[in-house]
Design a protein around this ligand. Structure first.
Ligand code: M6R
Length: 605
Protein backbone atom coordinates (compact mmCIF):
# COMPACT_ATOMS: atom_id res chain seq x y z
CA UNK A 1 0.00 0.00 0.00
CA UNK A 2 2.20 2.83 -1.31
CA UNK A 3 5.93 2.69 -1.66
CA UNK A 4 8.10 5.41 -0.21
CA UNK A 5 11.76 6.22 -0.68
CA UNK A 6 14.03 9.01 0.53
CA UNK A 7 17.64 9.74 -0.26
CA UNK A 8 20.30 12.26 0.71
CA UNK A 9 23.96 12.05 -0.22
CA UNK A 10 26.54 12.35 -2.96
CA UNK A 11 24.65 10.54 -5.70
CA UNK A 12 22.10 11.96 -8.13
CA UNK A 13 18.99 11.94 -5.93
CA UNK A 14 16.51 11.82 -8.81
CA UNK A 15 18.14 8.71 -10.22
CA UNK A 16 18.16 6.96 -6.84
CA UNK A 17 14.50 7.85 -6.25
CA UNK A 18 13.28 6.74 -9.68
CA UNK A 19 15.20 3.46 -9.48
CA UNK A 20 13.84 2.88 -5.98
CA UNK A 21 10.28 3.62 -7.08
CA UNK A 22 10.57 1.01 -9.82
CA UNK A 23 11.52 -1.55 -7.19
CA UNK A 24 8.70 -0.47 -4.91
CA UNK A 25 6.03 -0.13 -7.56
CA UNK A 26 4.46 -3.47 -6.62
CA UNK A 27 3.21 -1.71 -3.46
CA UNK A 28 0.93 0.58 -5.47
CA UNK A 29 0.82 1.94 -9.00
CA UNK A 30 -1.97 4.51 -9.22
CA UNK A 31 0.39 7.49 -9.33
CA UNK A 32 3.99 8.39 -8.57
CA UNK A 33 5.93 11.50 -7.65
CA UNK A 34 9.19 12.95 -6.43
CA UNK A 35 10.27 16.10 -4.62
CA UNK A 36 13.85 17.36 -4.50
CA UNK A 37 15.29 19.75 -1.95
CA UNK A 38 19.02 20.20 -1.74
CA UNK A 39 21.10 23.25 -0.96
CA UNK A 40 21.53 25.76 -3.76
CA UNK A 41 18.30 24.70 -5.49
CA UNK A 42 14.64 25.57 -5.21
CA UNK A 43 12.27 22.89 -4.06
CA UNK A 44 11.09 20.87 -7.05
CA UNK A 45 7.95 18.72 -7.25
CA UNK A 46 6.87 16.40 -10.05
CA UNK A 47 3.93 14.00 -9.69
CA UNK A 48 1.78 12.16 -12.18
CA UNK A 49 -1.18 9.79 -12.23
CA UNK A 50 -0.17 6.43 -13.70
CA UNK A 51 2.79 4.12 -13.24
CA UNK A 52 6.36 5.04 -12.40
CA UNK A 53 7.16 4.89 -16.15
CA UNK A 54 4.92 7.96 -16.69
CA UNK A 55 6.76 9.84 -13.95
CA UNK A 56 10.08 8.82 -15.49
CA UNK A 57 9.01 10.24 -18.85
CA UNK A 58 8.10 13.53 -17.18
CA UNK A 59 11.50 13.67 -15.51
CA UNK A 60 13.47 12.74 -18.64
CA UNK A 61 14.15 16.30 -19.75
CA UNK A 62 14.86 17.58 -16.27
CA UNK A 63 18.30 19.16 -15.95
CA UNK A 64 18.69 19.31 -12.23
CA UNK A 65 21.54 18.35 -9.99
CA UNK A 66 20.02 17.44 -6.67
CA UNK A 67 21.31 15.32 -3.85
CA UNK A 68 18.31 15.04 -1.59
CA UNK A 69 14.71 14.06 -2.23
CA UNK A 70 11.70 11.86 -1.53
CA UNK A 71 9.62 9.69 -3.86
CA UNK A 72 6.29 7.90 -3.63
CA UNK A 73 4.24 5.37 -5.57
CA UNK A 74 0.57 5.40 -4.54
CA UNK A 75 -2.23 2.92 -3.95
CA UNK A 76 -5.19 5.28 -3.67
CA UNK A 77 -7.32 5.26 -0.53
CA UNK A 78 -8.54 8.81 0.15
CA UNK A 79 -9.13 10.70 -3.06
CA UNK A 80 -9.21 9.58 -6.69
CA UNK A 81 -6.34 8.71 -8.95
CA UNK A 82 -5.05 12.01 -10.37
CA UNK A 83 -1.99 14.26 -10.38
CA UNK A 84 -3.19 16.41 -7.50
CA UNK A 85 -3.80 13.55 -5.08
CA UNK A 86 -0.43 12.00 -5.96
CA UNK A 87 2.37 12.39 -3.39
CA UNK A 88 4.55 14.24 -2.39
CA UNK A 89 2.31 16.88 -0.83
CA UNK A 90 3.46 20.39 -0.05
CA UNK A 91 2.08 22.58 2.73
CA UNK A 92 3.97 25.80 3.39
CA UNK A 93 7.53 24.85 4.30
CA UNK A 94 6.76 21.14 4.52
CA UNK A 95 7.04 18.54 1.75
CA UNK A 96 6.13 14.98 2.61
CA UNK A 97 5.22 11.49 1.51
CA UNK A 98 3.04 9.10 3.46
CA UNK A 99 2.12 5.43 3.55
CA UNK A 100 -0.93 4.65 5.70
CA UNK A 101 -4.23 6.28 6.63
CA UNK A 102 -4.87 9.22 8.95
CA UNK A 103 -8.24 8.18 10.32
CA UNK A 104 -9.12 11.46 12.06
CA UNK A 105 -8.31 13.77 9.14
CA UNK A 106 -11.86 15.15 8.89
CA UNK A 107 -11.77 16.16 12.51
CA UNK A 108 -8.32 17.77 12.08
CA UNK A 109 -9.53 19.81 9.10
CA UNK A 110 -12.29 21.29 11.23
CA UNK A 111 -10.27 21.79 14.41
CA UNK A 112 -7.40 23.54 12.67
CA UNK A 113 -9.50 25.33 10.03
CA UNK A 114 -7.70 23.81 7.04
CA UNK A 115 -10.84 23.76 4.84
CA UNK A 116 -9.78 26.59 2.53
CA UNK A 117 -6.11 25.74 2.18
CA UNK A 118 -6.35 22.11 1.02
CA UNK A 119 -5.82 21.44 -2.65
CA UNK A 120 -6.15 17.65 -2.72
CA UNK A 121 -8.72 15.19 -1.33
CA UNK A 122 -6.14 13.25 0.64
CA UNK A 123 -5.70 12.59 4.35
CA UNK A 124 -1.96 13.03 3.73
CA UNK A 125 -2.22 16.69 2.83
CA UNK A 126 -4.00 17.32 6.14
CA UNK A 127 -1.01 15.81 7.94
CA UNK A 128 1.33 18.01 5.87
CA UNK A 129 -0.68 21.08 6.90
CA UNK A 130 -0.42 20.07 10.53
CA UNK A 131 3.35 19.57 10.39
CA UNK A 132 3.63 23.04 8.83
CA UNK A 133 1.25 24.50 11.43
CA UNK A 134 3.48 23.30 14.25
CA UNK A 135 6.77 24.07 12.52
CA UNK A 136 8.54 27.05 14.07
CA UNK A 137 12.06 26.20 13.02
CA UNK A 138 12.40 23.07 15.17
CA UNK A 139 11.49 19.93 13.18
CA UNK A 140 11.63 17.63 16.23
CA UNK A 141 9.06 19.72 18.08
CA UNK A 142 6.82 19.98 15.02
CA UNK A 143 6.91 16.21 14.52
CA UNK A 144 6.30 15.48 18.18
CA UNK A 145 3.32 17.84 18.36
CA UNK A 146 1.84 16.64 15.07
CA UNK A 147 1.92 12.92 15.75
CA UNK A 148 0.21 13.51 19.09
CA UNK A 149 -2.78 14.66 17.05
CA UNK A 150 -2.84 11.82 14.54
CA UNK A 151 -4.91 8.65 14.73
CA UNK A 152 -4.11 5.90 12.26
CA UNK A 153 -1.17 4.25 10.56
CA UNK A 154 1.64 6.17 8.96
CA UNK A 155 5.16 6.17 7.66
CA UNK A 156 6.20 9.75 6.87
CA UNK A 157 9.29 11.15 5.18
CA UNK A 158 9.33 14.91 5.68
CA UNK A 159 11.52 17.65 4.24
CA UNK A 160 11.50 21.19 5.70
CA UNK A 161 12.17 23.96 3.17
CA UNK A 162 14.77 25.73 5.32
CA UNK A 163 16.66 22.49 6.12
CA UNK A 164 17.81 21.25 2.71
CA UNK A 165 19.69 17.94 2.39
CA UNK A 166 17.95 16.37 5.41
CA UNK A 167 14.95 14.05 5.63
CA UNK A 168 12.97 13.38 8.81
CA UNK A 169 11.19 10.04 9.14
CA UNK A 170 8.66 8.73 11.63
CA UNK A 171 6.25 5.82 11.58
CA UNK A 172 3.45 4.05 13.38
CA UNK A 173 2.48 0.57 12.08
CA UNK A 174 3.28 1.24 8.39
CA UNK A 175 6.68 -0.23 7.54
CA UNK A 176 9.85 1.76 6.92
CA UNK A 177 13.53 0.76 6.84
CA UNK A 178 16.68 2.86 6.66
CA UNK A 179 20.32 2.42 5.72
CA UNK A 180 23.56 4.38 5.55
CA UNK A 181 26.71 3.92 3.51
CA UNK A 182 29.61 6.32 3.20
CA UNK A 183 28.26 9.61 1.86
CA UNK A 184 24.63 8.44 1.50
CA UNK A 185 21.56 7.77 3.63
CA UNK A 186 18.39 6.03 2.49
CA UNK A 187 14.90 5.30 3.72
CA UNK A 188 12.30 3.09 2.03
CA UNK A 189 9.13 1.08 2.60
CA UNK A 190 11.13 -2.08 2.20
CA UNK A 191 14.61 -3.27 1.62
CA UNK A 192 14.19 -4.13 -2.09
CA UNK A 193 14.80 -0.45 -2.93
CA UNK A 194 18.04 -0.38 -0.93
CA UNK A 195 19.61 -3.59 -2.23
CA UNK A 196 21.53 -1.91 -5.11
CA UNK A 197 23.47 0.07 -2.47
CA UNK A 198 23.70 -2.10 0.64
CA UNK A 199 22.38 -5.26 2.26
CA UNK A 200 22.65 -3.76 5.77
CA UNK A 201 19.60 -1.92 7.03
CA UNK A 202 17.48 -1.36 10.10
CA UNK A 203 13.76 -1.28 10.72
CA UNK A 204 12.75 2.15 12.03
CA UNK A 205 11.15 1.54 15.43
CA UNK A 206 7.63 2.90 15.88
CA UNK A 207 7.45 6.44 17.28
CA UNK A 208 11.18 6.98 16.94
CA UNK A 209 12.68 9.62 14.74
CA UNK A 210 15.22 8.97 12.00
CA UNK A 211 17.09 11.88 10.47
CA UNK A 212 18.83 11.22 7.18
CA UNK A 213 21.95 13.28 6.54
CA UNK A 214 24.63 12.84 3.92
CA UNK A 215 27.29 11.83 6.42
CA UNK A 216 25.19 10.28 9.15
CA UNK A 217 21.92 8.64 9.99
CA UNK A 218 20.45 9.50 13.36
CA UNK A 219 17.96 7.45 15.34
CA UNK A 220 16.52 9.06 18.44
CA UNK A 221 13.48 8.86 20.65
CA UNK A 222 10.99 11.69 20.77
CA UNK A 223 12.84 13.28 23.70
CA UNK A 224 15.93 13.63 21.54
CA UNK A 225 17.97 10.79 23.10
CA UNK A 226 20.18 9.17 20.51
CA UNK A 227 19.77 5.40 20.05
CA UNK A 228 21.75 2.66 18.32
CA UNK A 229 19.90 1.14 15.35
CA UNK A 230 19.59 -2.66 15.33
CA UNK A 231 21.05 -3.56 11.98
CA UNK A 232 19.87 -6.56 9.94
CA UNK A 233 21.33 -8.11 6.81
CA UNK A 234 19.44 -9.24 3.73
CA UNK A 235 20.47 -12.69 2.65
CA UNK A 236 19.52 -12.29 -1.02
CA UNK A 237 21.10 -10.09 -3.68
CA UNK A 238 19.87 -7.77 -6.43
CA UNK A 239 19.58 -10.62 -8.94
CA UNK A 240 16.88 -12.20 -6.78
CA UNK A 241 14.75 -9.09 -7.19
CA UNK A 242 15.11 -8.98 -11.01
CA UNK A 243 13.18 -10.84 -13.69
CA UNK A 244 16.27 -12.69 -14.92
CA UNK A 245 15.01 -13.26 -18.46
CA UNK A 246 11.43 -14.17 -17.55
CA UNK A 247 8.72 -11.97 -19.10
CA UNK A 248 7.06 -11.49 -15.72
CA UNK A 249 7.99 -11.72 -12.05
CA UNK A 250 5.11 -14.12 -11.52
CA UNK A 251 6.49 -16.67 -14.00
CA UNK A 252 9.96 -16.30 -12.53
CA UNK A 253 8.62 -16.80 -9.02
CA UNK A 254 6.63 -19.87 -10.08
CA UNK A 255 9.89 -21.32 -11.39
CA UNK A 256 11.74 -20.50 -8.18
CA UNK A 257 9.46 -22.78 -6.17
CA UNK A 258 11.63 -25.92 -6.09
CA UNK A 259 14.52 -23.87 -4.73
CA UNK A 260 12.30 -22.04 -2.27
CA UNK A 261 10.98 -25.38 -1.01
CA UNK A 262 14.50 -26.73 -0.55
CA UNK A 263 15.63 -23.55 1.22
CA UNK A 264 12.70 -23.72 3.61
CA UNK A 265 12.74 -27.45 4.35
CA UNK A 266 16.34 -28.67 4.27
CA UNK A 267 17.90 -26.42 6.96
CA UNK A 268 15.19 -27.65 9.35
CA UNK A 269 16.01 -31.34 9.03
CA UNK A 270 18.24 -33.17 11.47
CA UNK A 271 18.69 -36.87 10.69
CA UNK A 272 15.67 -36.71 8.43
CA UNK A 273 13.39 -35.26 11.12
CA UNK A 274 12.04 -31.73 11.57
CA UNK A 275 14.15 -29.83 14.08
CA UNK A 276 13.43 -26.20 15.00
CA UNK A 277 16.34 -25.63 17.36
CA UNK A 278 17.78 -22.91 15.09
CA UNK A 279 14.37 -21.22 14.99
CA UNK A 280 14.24 -21.33 18.79
CA UNK A 281 10.80 -22.94 18.68
CA UNK A 282 10.43 -25.28 21.66
CA UNK A 283 8.34 -28.47 21.62
CA UNK A 284 6.46 -27.16 24.66
CA UNK A 285 4.73 -24.72 22.28
CA UNK A 286 3.25 -27.71 20.46
CA UNK A 287 2.53 -29.98 23.39
CA UNK A 288 1.03 -27.29 25.63
CA UNK A 289 -2.00 -26.33 23.56
CA UNK A 290 -5.52 -27.70 23.16
CA UNK A 291 -6.34 -26.07 19.85
CA UNK A 292 -4.87 -24.14 16.96
CA UNK A 293 -6.17 -20.93 15.42
CA UNK A 294 -4.66 -20.00 12.07
CA UNK A 295 -5.03 -16.34 11.13
CA UNK A 296 -4.12 -14.74 7.80
CA UNK A 297 -5.44 -12.98 4.69
CA UNK A 298 -5.80 -13.94 1.03
CA UNK A 299 -3.40 -16.56 -0.23
CA UNK A 300 -1.77 -16.93 3.17
CA UNK A 301 -5.22 -17.72 4.61
CA UNK A 302 -5.76 -20.33 1.90
CA UNK A 303 -2.43 -21.91 2.84
CA UNK A 304 -3.95 -22.02 6.32
CA UNK A 305 -6.97 -23.91 4.94
CA UNK A 306 -4.61 -26.60 3.69
CA UNK A 307 -2.90 -26.55 7.10
CA UNK A 308 -6.24 -27.17 8.82
CA UNK A 309 -7.16 -30.02 6.46
CA UNK A 310 -3.78 -31.60 7.21
CA UNK A 311 -3.49 -30.92 10.94
CA UNK A 312 -6.93 -31.61 12.31
CA UNK A 313 -7.12 -35.30 11.35
CA UNK A 314 -3.44 -35.80 12.16
CA UNK A 315 -3.29 -34.08 15.57
CA UNK A 316 -6.92 -34.67 16.54
CA UNK A 317 -7.34 -31.19 18.02
CA UNK A 318 -9.59 -28.41 16.72
CA UNK A 319 -7.96 -26.19 14.11
CA UNK A 320 -9.76 -23.05 12.95
CA UNK A 321 -8.82 -20.86 10.00
CA UNK A 322 -9.68 -17.21 10.48
CA UNK A 323 -9.82 -14.33 8.05
CA UNK A 324 -7.73 -11.77 9.91
CA UNK A 325 -9.97 -8.80 9.11
CA UNK A 326 -12.98 -10.62 10.64
CA UNK A 327 -11.21 -12.27 13.56
CA UNK A 328 -10.63 -9.12 15.56
CA UNK A 329 -14.31 -8.17 15.47
CA UNK A 330 -15.83 -11.54 16.30
CA UNK A 331 -14.59 -12.21 19.86
CA UNK A 332 -12.44 -15.22 18.94
CA UNK A 333 -12.44 -18.21 21.27
CA UNK A 334 -8.73 -17.97 21.93
CA UNK A 335 -6.96 -18.30 25.28
CA UNK A 336 -3.63 -19.28 26.82
CA UNK A 337 -4.18 -22.91 25.72
CA UNK A 338 -4.46 -21.86 22.05
CA UNK A 339 -1.57 -21.86 19.62
CA UNK A 340 -2.19 -19.05 17.15
CA UNK A 341 -0.39 -19.51 13.85
CA UNK A 342 -0.19 -16.25 11.92
CA UNK A 343 0.80 -16.50 8.25
CA UNK A 344 2.04 -13.57 6.18
CA UNK A 345 4.46 -13.22 3.30
CA UNK A 346 5.13 -9.53 3.87
CA UNK A 347 4.82 -9.59 7.64
CA UNK A 348 3.16 -6.18 7.33
CA UNK A 349 -0.49 -6.94 6.50
CA UNK A 350 -2.30 -4.71 8.94
CA UNK A 351 -5.36 -6.94 9.44
CA UNK A 352 -3.08 -9.86 10.28
CA UNK A 353 -0.98 -7.71 12.57
CA UNK A 354 -4.08 -6.52 14.44
CA UNK A 355 -5.22 -10.15 14.83
CA UNK A 356 -1.80 -11.08 16.18
CA UNK A 357 -1.96 -8.30 18.77
CA UNK A 358 -5.45 -9.35 19.82
CA UNK A 359 -4.35 -13.00 20.17
CA UNK A 360 -1.54 -11.96 22.48
CA UNK A 361 -3.92 -9.84 24.55
CA UNK A 362 -6.12 -12.94 24.90
CA UNK A 363 -3.16 -14.84 26.30
CA UNK A 364 -2.37 -17.06 23.32
CA UNK A 365 1.14 -17.87 22.16
CA UNK A 366 1.77 -16.70 18.61
CA UNK A 367 3.92 -18.54 16.09
CA UNK A 368 4.19 -16.66 12.81
CA UNK A 369 5.16 -17.98 9.39
CA UNK A 370 6.69 -14.98 7.66
CA UNK A 371 8.83 -14.39 4.59
CA UNK A 372 10.17 -10.88 5.18
CA UNK A 373 12.88 -10.83 7.81
CA UNK A 374 12.50 -8.25 10.56
CA UNK A 375 8.96 -7.33 9.51
CA UNK A 376 6.48 -6.13 12.13
CA UNK A 377 4.62 -9.44 12.40
CA UNK A 378 7.91 -11.31 12.79
CA UNK A 379 9.08 -8.93 15.49
CA UNK A 380 5.86 -9.01 17.48
CA UNK A 381 5.35 -12.79 17.45
CA UNK A 382 6.46 -15.05 20.29
CA UNK A 383 8.17 -17.30 17.74
CA UNK A 384 8.92 -16.91 14.04
CA UNK A 385 9.23 -19.59 11.40
CA UNK A 386 10.87 -17.77 8.49
CA UNK A 387 10.12 -19.02 5.02
CA UNK A 388 13.04 -18.68 2.63
CA UNK A 389 11.30 -17.77 -0.60
CA UNK A 390 13.46 -14.70 -1.29
CA UNK A 391 11.76 -11.53 -2.48
CA UNK A 392 8.28 -11.99 -3.98
CA UNK A 393 7.56 -9.07 -6.29
CA UNK A 394 4.50 -10.13 -8.32
CA UNK A 395 1.30 -9.06 -6.61
CA UNK A 396 -0.10 -12.57 -7.04
CA UNK A 397 1.55 -14.73 -4.43
CA UNK A 398 2.99 -18.04 -5.68
CA UNK A 399 6.29 -19.09 -4.17
CA UNK A 400 5.34 -17.61 -0.81
CA UNK A 401 2.23 -19.86 -0.78
CA UNK A 402 4.35 -22.88 -1.62
CA UNK A 403 6.74 -22.32 1.30
CA UNK A 404 3.92 -21.40 3.67
CA UNK A 405 2.53 -24.85 2.89
CA UNK A 406 5.91 -26.51 3.42
CA UNK A 407 6.22 -24.70 6.76
CA UNK A 408 2.78 -25.87 7.87
CA UNK A 409 3.69 -29.44 6.89
CA UNK A 410 6.93 -29.29 8.89
CA UNK A 411 5.14 -27.75 11.87
CA UNK A 412 2.39 -30.41 11.69
CA UNK A 413 5.02 -33.15 11.67
CA UNK A 414 7.03 -31.72 14.57
CA UNK A 415 3.81 -31.14 16.48
CA UNK A 416 2.75 -34.75 15.90
CA UNK A 417 6.11 -35.83 17.36
CA UNK A 418 5.82 -33.47 20.34
CA UNK A 419 2.31 -34.73 21.10
CA UNK A 420 3.22 -38.39 20.77
CA UNK A 421 1.07 -38.89 17.66
CA UNK A 422 4.14 -39.71 15.57
CA UNK A 423 7.06 -41.93 16.45
CA UNK A 424 10.33 -41.01 14.77
CA UNK A 425 9.75 -43.56 12.00
CA UNK A 426 6.35 -42.02 11.17
CA UNK A 427 7.88 -38.55 11.11
CA UNK A 428 10.77 -39.70 8.90
CA UNK A 429 8.30 -41.22 6.43
CA UNK A 430 6.26 -37.99 6.43
CA UNK A 431 9.38 -35.91 5.74
CA UNK A 432 10.54 -38.11 2.89
CA UNK A 433 7.10 -37.76 1.26
CA UNK A 434 7.31 -34.00 1.76
CA UNK A 435 10.68 -33.95 0.03
CA UNK A 436 9.14 -35.71 -2.97
CA UNK A 437 7.15 -32.50 -3.49
CA UNK A 438 10.27 -30.85 -4.92
CA UNK A 439 10.73 -33.16 -7.96
CA UNK A 440 6.94 -33.27 -8.36
CA UNK A 441 6.87 -29.49 -8.75
CA UNK A 442 9.84 -29.64 -11.14
CA UNK A 443 8.02 -32.17 -13.32
CA UNK A 444 5.01 -29.87 -13.72
CA UNK A 445 7.29 -26.95 -14.59
CA UNK A 446 9.08 -29.03 -17.23
CA UNK A 447 5.79 -29.63 -19.05
CA UNK A 448 4.24 -26.22 -18.46
CA UNK A 449 3.42 -25.56 -22.12
CA UNK A 450 0.60 -28.12 -21.96
CA UNK A 451 -1.24 -25.78 -19.64
CA UNK A 452 -1.50 -23.08 -22.33
CA UNK A 453 -4.30 -24.91 -24.17
CA UNK A 454 -6.47 -24.91 -21.06
CA UNK A 455 -5.62 -21.25 -20.48
CA UNK A 456 -6.76 -20.35 -24.00
CA UNK A 457 -10.21 -21.73 -23.13
CA UNK A 458 -10.31 -19.89 -19.83
CA UNK A 459 -9.23 -16.64 -21.46
CA UNK A 460 -12.55 -16.56 -23.34
CA UNK A 461 -14.68 -17.26 -20.28
CA UNK A 462 -16.64 -14.88 -18.05
CA UNK A 463 -16.89 -17.30 -15.13
CA UNK A 464 -14.99 -20.35 -13.94
CA UNK A 465 -15.62 -22.80 -11.13
CA UNK A 466 -13.09 -24.77 -9.15
CA UNK A 467 -14.31 -27.89 -7.36
CA UNK A 468 -12.77 -30.47 -5.08
CA UNK A 469 -13.37 -32.33 -1.84
CA UNK A 470 -11.33 -32.30 1.38
CA UNK A 471 -7.77 -31.17 0.75
CA UNK A 472 -8.62 -30.73 -2.94
CA UNK A 473 -11.21 -28.12 -1.95
CA UNK A 474 -8.59 -26.26 0.08
CA UNK A 475 -6.27 -26.14 -2.96
CA UNK A 476 -9.13 -25.02 -5.19
CA UNK A 477 -9.78 -21.94 -3.08
CA UNK A 478 -6.30 -20.65 -3.80
CA UNK A 479 -6.59 -21.64 -7.49
CA UNK A 480 -9.72 -19.54 -7.89
CA UNK A 481 -8.19 -16.53 -6.10
CA UNK A 482 -5.17 -16.72 -8.39
CA UNK A 483 -7.32 -16.78 -11.52
CA UNK A 484 -9.64 -13.95 -10.51
CA UNK A 485 -6.99 -11.57 -9.23
CA UNK A 486 -4.86 -11.56 -12.37
CA UNK A 487 -7.28 -12.47 -15.18
CA UNK A 488 -10.40 -10.63 -13.88
CA UNK A 489 -12.50 -13.72 -14.64
CA UNK A 490 -15.15 -14.34 -12.03
CA UNK A 491 -13.94 -17.54 -10.37
CA UNK A 492 -15.27 -19.40 -7.35
CA UNK A 493 -14.24 -22.55 -5.56
CA UNK A 494 -16.79 -24.99 -4.15
CA UNK A 495 -16.69 -28.17 -2.20
CA UNK A 496 -17.62 -30.51 -5.07
CA UNK A 497 -20.52 -32.09 -3.15
CA UNK A 498 -22.05 -28.69 -2.50
CA UNK A 499 -22.64 -27.80 -6.16
CA UNK A 500 -25.98 -29.55 -6.39
CA UNK A 501 -27.28 -27.41 -3.51
CA UNK A 502 -27.41 -24.29 -5.64
CA UNK A 503 -24.31 -23.45 -7.66
CA UNK A 504 -24.93 -26.00 -10.38
CA UNK A 505 -27.65 -23.64 -11.63
CA UNK A 506 -24.83 -21.46 -12.98
CA UNK A 507 -23.36 -24.18 -15.18
CA UNK A 508 -24.08 -23.66 -18.86
CA UNK A 509 -22.67 -25.05 -22.07
CA UNK A 510 -18.88 -24.50 -22.07
CA UNK A 511 -18.67 -23.03 -18.54
CA UNK A 512 -15.15 -23.96 -17.42
CA UNK A 513 -15.00 -26.20 -14.35
CA UNK A 514 -11.58 -27.02 -12.95
CA UNK A 515 -11.99 -30.22 -10.95
CA UNK A 516 -9.23 -31.24 -8.55
CA UNK A 517 -9.50 -34.94 -7.68
CA UNK A 518 -6.31 -36.13 -6.02
CA UNK A 519 -7.68 -37.64 -2.81
CA UNK A 520 -8.01 -41.41 -3.18
CA UNK A 521 -10.68 -42.00 -0.56
CA UNK A 522 -13.12 -39.53 -2.15
CA UNK A 523 -12.02 -39.85 -5.77
CA UNK A 524 -15.15 -41.67 -6.90
CA UNK A 525 -17.40 -39.13 -5.19
CA UNK A 526 -15.61 -36.21 -6.83
CA UNK A 527 -15.88 -37.89 -10.24
CA UNK A 528 -19.63 -38.21 -9.73
CA UNK A 529 -19.80 -34.45 -9.16
CA UNK A 530 -17.73 -33.91 -12.28
CA UNK A 531 -20.21 -36.02 -14.26
CA UNK A 532 -23.03 -33.84 -12.94
CA UNK A 533 -21.51 -30.65 -14.36
CA UNK A 534 -20.40 -32.36 -17.54
CA UNK A 535 -23.97 -33.55 -18.12
CA UNK A 536 -24.94 -29.86 -18.11
CA UNK A 537 -22.36 -28.94 -20.74
CA UNK A 538 -19.43 -27.75 -18.60
CA UNK A 539 -15.96 -27.65 -20.12
CA UNK A 540 -14.07 -29.80 -17.62
CA UNK A 541 -10.38 -29.47 -16.83
CA UNK A 542 -9.57 -32.38 -14.54
CA UNK A 543 -6.51 -32.75 -12.31
CA UNK A 544 -5.78 -36.21 -10.93
CA UNK A 545 -2.85 -38.30 -9.84
CA UNK A 546 -0.91 -39.98 -12.64
CA UNK A 547 -2.02 -43.45 -11.59
CA UNK A 548 -5.72 -42.58 -11.21
CA UNK A 549 -8.25 -44.29 -13.44
CA UNK A 550 -9.77 -41.55 -15.55
CA UNK A 551 -12.89 -42.49 -17.54
CA UNK A 552 -12.48 -41.45 -21.17
CA UNK A 553 -15.47 -39.18 -21.55
CA UNK A 554 -15.27 -37.42 -18.20
CA UNK A 555 -13.27 -34.32 -19.12
CA UNK A 556 -12.07 -32.14 -21.95
CA UNK A 557 -8.53 -31.61 -20.66
CA UNK A 558 -6.70 -33.81 -18.20
CA UNK A 559 -3.60 -32.96 -16.16
CA UNK A 560 -1.85 -35.66 -14.20
CA UNK A 561 0.45 -34.97 -11.26
CA UNK A 562 3.15 -37.44 -10.23
CA UNK A 563 1.86 -40.24 -8.03
CA UNK A 564 2.10 -39.27 -4.36
CA UNK A 565 0.21 -39.90 -1.17
CA UNK A 566 -2.94 -37.85 -0.66
CA UNK A 567 -1.59 -35.43 1.94
CA UNK A 568 1.12 -34.12 -0.41
CA UNK A 569 -0.64 -33.53 -3.71
CA UNK A 570 -1.07 -29.81 -3.06
CA UNK A 571 2.45 -28.97 -4.19
CA UNK A 572 2.22 -30.03 -7.87
CA UNK A 573 -1.49 -29.11 -8.04
CA UNK A 574 -0.69 -25.56 -6.88
CA UNK A 575 1.78 -25.15 -9.76
CA UNK A 576 -0.80 -26.23 -12.34
CA UNK A 577 -3.34 -23.77 -10.93
CA UNK A 578 -0.79 -20.95 -10.79
CA UNK A 579 0.28 -21.54 -14.41
CA UNK A 580 -3.33 -21.73 -15.51
CA UNK A 581 -3.96 -18.29 -14.01
CA UNK A 582 -0.67 -16.92 -15.33
CA UNK A 583 -1.18 -17.98 -18.96
CA UNK A 584 -4.83 -16.90 -18.92
CA UNK A 585 -3.89 -13.40 -17.77
CA UNK A 586 -1.01 -13.18 -20.23
CA UNK A 587 -3.19 -14.37 -23.14
CA UNK A 588 -5.72 -11.66 -22.25
CA UNK A 589 -2.90 -9.13 -22.53
CA UNK A 590 -3.28 -8.04 -18.92
CA UNK A 591 -0.66 -6.68 -16.57
CA UNK A 592 0.17 -9.98 -14.89
CA UNK A 593 2.48 -8.62 -12.21
CA UNK A 594 0.43 -5.56 -11.34
CA UNK A 595 -3.26 -6.40 -11.60
CA UNK A 596 -5.72 -3.54 -11.40
CA UNK A 597 -6.85 -2.18 -8.02
CA UNK A 598 -4.38 -4.30 -6.06
CA UNK A 599 -1.11 -3.80 -4.23
CA UNK A 600 1.32 -6.32 -2.87
CA UNK A 601 1.43 -5.31 0.72
CA UNK A 602 -1.88 -4.36 2.31
CA UNK A 603 -1.03 -1.98 5.10
CA UNK A 604 -4.47 -0.38 5.41
CA UNK A 605 -7.53 -1.91 7.11
O1 M6R B 1 1.76 -10.43 2.88
P1 M6R B 1 0.61 -11.30 3.25
O2 M6R B 1 0.91 -12.76 3.05
O3 M6R B 1 0.10 -11.04 4.64
O4 M6R B 1 -0.54 -10.92 2.24
C1 M6R B 1 -1.81 -11.49 2.34
C2 M6R B 1 -2.65 -11.20 1.13
O5 M6R B 1 -2.80 -9.82 0.95
C3 M6R B 1 -2.04 -11.79 -0.15
O6 M6R B 1 -1.83 -13.15 -0.04
C4 M6R B 1 -2.97 -11.51 -1.35
O7 M6R B 1 -4.16 -12.22 -1.21
C5 M6R B 1 -2.28 -11.83 -2.68
N1 M6R B 1 -2.66 -10.85 -3.65
C6 M6R B 1 -2.66 -13.15 -3.23
O8 M6R B 1 -2.05 -13.45 -4.42
Amino acid sequence: MCGIIGYTGQMDALKVLLNGLEQLEYRGYDSAGVALLSSGHDRLLIKKAGPVATLKESCAELKVESHCGIGHTRWATHGGVNDINAHPHIAGRVTLIHNGIIENYHNLIERFGFQDSLVSETDTEVAARLFDYYYEGNPREAIKKTIRELTGAYAFCIMFEDIPDEIFCIRNVSPMVAAHIEGSSFVASDVTALIPYTNRYFVIPEYELVILKKDDIILEDLDGNRKEPEFLEVSWNLEAAKKNGFPHYMLKEIHEQPEALRNTILPRLENGLPDFTEDRIPDSLFSGCDKIAIVACGTAMYAGMVGKALMEPLLKIPVSVNIASEYRYESPLVDERTLVIVISQSGETIDTLAALRLSKELGAKVLSIVNVKGSTIARESDHVFYTHAGPEIAVASTKAYMVQLASLYLIACRMAMARGVYQETDAAAFVSRLLEAVPAVEKILAKKDRIKTAASILAKAQDAFFVGRGLDYAFSLEGSLKLKEISYIHAEAYAAGELKHGTIALIEKQTPVIAVATQDHIYGKTLSNVREVRARGAFVILITKKDAEVPEDICDIHFAIPASSDQFTVFPVAVILQLLAYYTSDMKGLNVDKPRNLAKSVTVE
